[in-house]
Design a protein around this ligand. Structure first.
Ligand code: SF4
Length: 226
């Protein structure tokens, strides 16, 4: 004799069959490319970049303003991004960089899970949004007009401050003080604003007299590559 149906068996079978298919997870992407990391601690190394769309931070000097609006950029599935990253790693990329835009405007946990095991995963962020996802290296580039969250100051491996004027040096020191001790905190870098002789002179003079800091140059711009 058949046993009475359990509450699970009693579910109408057509409910599961008629459910709409789940959309595959995706993110708005400005571009992906395999090049050399141009700036920061890992400058000069082969890297695969994923530039995500979307940023509301509004830096006046931003060189990727085309990345600000999300809707004008296509969405790529996480599977497709993993496929491209795998290919780039095979072709010599030493690590994968998630950049933007401001990548943390998105929940990056699914993306970091999709890329796990392919190669070291780096993140470039201004730190204004919550940290979601797992990264092997976090470059925090804080902005004076939108200071970063404490959790990003604590989690970053590299603190890179763009210098246009003397007030940026004060900001850089304040950020460094909040980010940990010289022994346990991030590596400290000053990066002159592009085409900004004042920022360049200030950054060079500061680094000369502060041995904990080093200079970062946007070598990809000097080389004319992405
Ligand atoms: S955070 Fe980055 S992408 Fe956003 S405006 Fe500033 S420099 Fe541009």
């Amino acid at each position: 004799m058949a046993s009475p149906p359990s509450p699970q068996d009693a579910e109408p079978p057509q409910a599961a069959a008629s459910a709409p298919p789940l959309a595959s997870p995706s993110l708005p992407v400005v571009e992906t490319f395999h090049s050399l990391q141009g700036e920061g601690v890992h400058a000069g190394r082969s890297a695969f970049f994923v530039r995500l769309a979307g940023c509301s931070v509004g830096c006046p000097w931003c060189d990727t303003k085309h990345s600000w609006p999300e809707a004008v950029h296509p969405r790529l599935s996480l599977g497709e991004l993993a496929r491209q990253a795998r290919q780039a790693i095979k072709a010599g990329a030493a690590f994968i960089v998630i950049t933007g835009g401001e990548p943390l405007q998105h929940d990056l946990a699914p993306l970091s899970a999709a890329l796990e095991g392919l190669g070291p995963l780096h993140l470039e962020t201004s730190g204004v949004d919550p940290l979601r996802g797992h990264f092997d290296w976090i470059t925090l580039s804080p902005k004076r007009h939108r200071p970063p969250r404490a959790e990003l100051l604590a989690a970053c491996h590299e603190l890179k401050v763009v210098v246009h004027g003397a007030e940026d040096l004060e900001f850089a020191q304040a950020m460094a003080a909040l980010s940990g001790s010289a022994a346990t905190g991030p590596q400290l870098l000053l990066q002159p604003g592009w085409n900004c002789p004042v920022g360049q002179a200030l950054a060079v003079a500061f680094v000369q007299s502060h041995p904990d800091w080093r200079l970062s140059l946007q070598s990809h711009k000097w080389l004319g590559v992405r």
